[in-house]
Structures are given as structure tokens and as C-alpha cells.
Design a protein around this ligand. Structure first.
Ligand code: PLP
Length: 403
């Protein structure tokens, strides 16, 4: 009898990444010589700034290439402490900082450090693809709370109240949000905090990774600005990927209560060990160096957001909210359902829509169902104006030709 591979039960419950699947289809088409415009990526299109790259080269030249303390070098933890004081008006000490190979790893380490089989994690949807799957990988239960454009895709006090059970371990908040770009402001955090104060068994994860890509006049706020009293059960997840265009360097920076940070340190010590030493030194330069260029980059994104949101809202049968942050447009495509494309594809859901747009208009988008929000698609505008204009023209024609 031949060997049959059997994944673990936890892994069997995990869905493969739809974003990666769409990206692969787009790459396959491009490899065949087709002029595919890929708007499915979740990363800035800027280069990592030169002073950050120089710090990495210096680290190599100085031989800083060995193992480091598992949850991060002291210099980076200090830079993180200064960052939280400078940008967020929050006071942490270095033993409250966890450095990992990316924000994604910080989230996983936090879940791994805390979740038991009956635990529930409340995740407002639309949500980043990985939260529910990581919860399942840890053997616990994601509780998806759907939100709609009517509440600007934000969880309300009432929704939060009714989602919390005695088994709730975490609430996951993400602002600016991937995929919607929705921003939770200080008052809205305050309203959620009112509910959380009465539920002392619930920890909160605020995923602030898009902090610097924000267009709201009030700027960025995190839960602890509105509710410092929740500090003993709040984990801030942040990192250098999106702000400093360092997605490939893999550095996550999390801040939270000491017992949780120590538990996450135990997880990282027995799994990945330290994040890349060179990337850690580069991240010291990112967090401690000049910050002014972040404003220029943000304004550059804002100009693209305005163009894309306006074009989508002028496209037949598509509509979107003008997002307050991140670099995504989350558009409603449900008005196209039941129609047939020029190429003969019947559109019955967001997956059909995205597949037909890729096949016929050669534009790669991500279906909303990947983010637990069917009837929508996510478009990343972290692409050149030229590419965006071309993609929007193609998308407009695709929708105009639907019958
Ligand atoms: N959180 C959100 C909402 C994201 O969109 C991403 C990346 O796409 C991450 C966390 C993880 O970022 P990284 O692991 O690159 O730091």
C-alpha cells in the first residue's frame, strides 16, 4: 500500500489564500505574453528608502549576521518604544515589544500563545484574509461579524456586544482596514471600548499596519488613545512593511502587556527564532530615521485613490466607498450579477466577475469573498497612474459591454 499524505485536522480547516490564487492566475497569463495589469497585490509600489538599505549594508559589513535575541535586538525594541511615543503618544518599555518576521508572524504568535480549542475570536468582516485562517490553524473558532457599506464597513457597539460570549478570547480590529480602507476614529474606538470595559475576559488586537497611509482629516488613532485603561489586554500589531515599503524584509513590531509579550517570546523561541538580523538593523533606521517622506508617499497614494474611486463610481454597475486609508478600493459589483460579458461569461458572483475581468479585460482583482464579503472586489491602487488609467478604461469597457 502506498503512503497517503494527511494534513493535520487544523490545517484541513484552513482555506488556501484566494489572493495568492488570483495573483498566480495573473502571473500565468502574463507568462503567456498577455498584457495583464495586476491590481491584486497588497504592497506599496515604492522602493525601500536608500538610508534603510544603507543600514542593511552596514549591518552586513559589520558582521551583524548571527542569531539575535529571539524576539528582537534591544536597539530595534528601543526604536519601537520611541516610535510609539512619537507617533502614537503611547508609553511602552522594551519588555513590552515583540519583534518577529512580519506583522503576520506577530499575529500568529499572539494567537498561538493564547488560543485553546473552544476559544472564539471576533473578526469584523470584510477582513484581511489571514486572521480567520490563523485562528483555525490554532484550533480555535473565528467568529465573523459582517459589516456593510451602510456603517462604512465598521463594527458597531451593538454588533460587538452581541458577538461577545463567555468563550471570546480576542477581538481583532484593523484600521486603516484591508480590504476596505475604512478608518476607525477616536470616538468610534471610544464607543467600542465602552462595550469592552464590561467584558474583562476579552483581549483586543489592533492591527495598525496601515497607520501611515491615512487620508482622514483627524489622522490616525489607535484603541489605546481612546481607552488607555485597556492597555493590560491590548496588543498593537504594527511593522515596517507598508509604511516603509519593506514587505520583503519581514519585520513585525508588536507592543502589548508584559505577560502576553513573554508568552509570544516563548512561541517565537521554539518556532522561527529571531527575524533576519540584517532586516532588524534596517528597521532601526526605518523607525528612527527621517519620517518626512511618508507624507509625500501618502499624498501620492491619496491622488491615486481619488482618481480610482471616482472612476469606479462612474463605471456602469460598480460603486465604492471613498476609503479613509490604506491603498485599496473595495467596490460593490453585485449589480453585474445575472449579466453576461462580451466574452460570454455568465456573472453570478464576485468570483465569476473577477475571473471574467481577468480573462477578458486582463486586469487582476481579488474577489470580496476572500475577505468574507461576497458581492465585492478589492483593487489595489499601488500601481503607476499609467497602469491604473489603462486598467480603469478596460474595466469600464468590460462593464459597459455586459448584457
Ligand atoms: N495585517 C494586514 C491587515 C495586512 O494587510 C498585512 C499584509 O498584507 C499584514 C498584517 C502583514 O504584514 P507583514 O507580515 O508584511 O508585516
Amino acid at each position: 500500500m502506498s503512503f497517503t499524505f494527511k494534513p493535520s485536522e487544523n490545517l484541513s480547516r484552513v482555506a488556501p489564500s484566494a489572493t495568492i490564487a488570483m495573483s498566480r492566475r495573473a502571473k500565468d497569463k502574463a507568462a503567456c505574453g498577455l498584457d495583464v495589469i495586476n491590481l491584486s497585490a497588497g504592497e506599496p509600489d515604492f522602493a525601500t528608502p536608500e538610508h534603510i538599505c544603507a543600514a542593511a549594508r552596514d549591518a552586513i559589513a559589520a558582521g551583524k549576521t548571527g542569531y539575535t535575541v529571539v524576539d528582537g535586538i534591544t536597539e530595534l525594541k528601543q526604536a519601537a518604544v520611541s516610535k510609539f511615543a512619537r507617533d502614537n503618544d503611547l508609553a511602552f518599555t522594551t519588555d513590552q515589544i515583540h519583534i518577529s518576521p512580519g506583522g503576520k508572524a506577530s499575529i500568529f504568535n499572539a494567537f498561538m500563545a493564547t488560543l485553546n480549542p473552544d476559544d472564539e475570536v471576533i473578526i469584523p468582516a470584510p477582513c484581511w484574509v489571514s486572521y480567520p485562517e490563523m485562528v483555525k490553524l490554532c484550533g480555535a473558532k473565528p467568529v465573523i461579524v459582517p459589516t456593510t457599506a451602510a456603517s462604512d464597513f465598521k463594527i458597531t457597539q451593538e454588533q460587538l456586544s452581541s458577538a461577545i460570549t463567555p468563550n471570546t478570547k480576542w477581538l481583532c480590529l484593523n484600521s486603516p482596514n484591508n480590504p476596505t480602507g475604512a478608518v476607525i476614529n477616536n470616538a468610534e474606538y471610544g464607543a467600542l471600548a465602552e462595550v469592552l470595559r464590561a467584558k474583562t475576559h476579552v483581549m483586543v488586537m489592533t492591527d495598525d499596519i496601515y497607520e501611515h497611509i491615512i487620508y482622514e482629516p483627524g489622522g490616525f488613532a489607535t484603541l489605546l488613545n481612546a481607552a488607555p485603561d485597556l492597555a493590560d489586554r491590548t496588543l498593537i500589531v504594527n511593522g515596517v512593511s507598508k509604511a516603509y515599503a519593506m514587505t520583503g524584509w519581514r519585520i513585525g513590531v508588536a507592543a502589548g502587556p508584559r505577560p502576553l509579550i513573554a508568552a509570544m517570546g516563548k512561541v517565537i523561541s521554539q518556532t522561527t527564532s529571531n527575524a533576519c538580523s540584517i532586516s532588524q538593523w534596517a528597521s532601526v533606521a526605518a523607525l528612527s530615521g527621517v519620517q518626512e517622506y511618508l507624507v509625500d508617499r501618502r499624498e501620492n497614494f491619496r491622488a491615486r485613490r481619488d482618481v480610482v474611486a471616482s472612476a469606479i463610481n462612474h463605471t456602469d454597475r460598480l460603486s465604492c466607498m471613498v476609503p479613509g486609508g490604506a491603498f485599496y478600493i473595495f467596490a460593490d459589483c453585485s449589480q453585474t450579477f445575472g449579466m453576461t460579458s462580451a466574452g460570454g461569461a455568465l456573472i453570478s458572483d464576485d468570483l465569476d466577475f473577477c475571473n471574467a475581468v481577468l480573462d477578458e479585460a486582463l486586469v487582476a482583482l481579488v474577489p470580496g469573498s476572500a475577505f468574507h464579503a461576497p458581492g465585492h472586489f478589492r483593487l489595489s491602487y499601488a500601481s503607476s497612474r499609467e497602469e491604473l488609467d489603462k486598467a480603469l478604461t478596460r474595466l469600464g469597457k468590460f462593464c459597459a459591454d455586459l448584457v
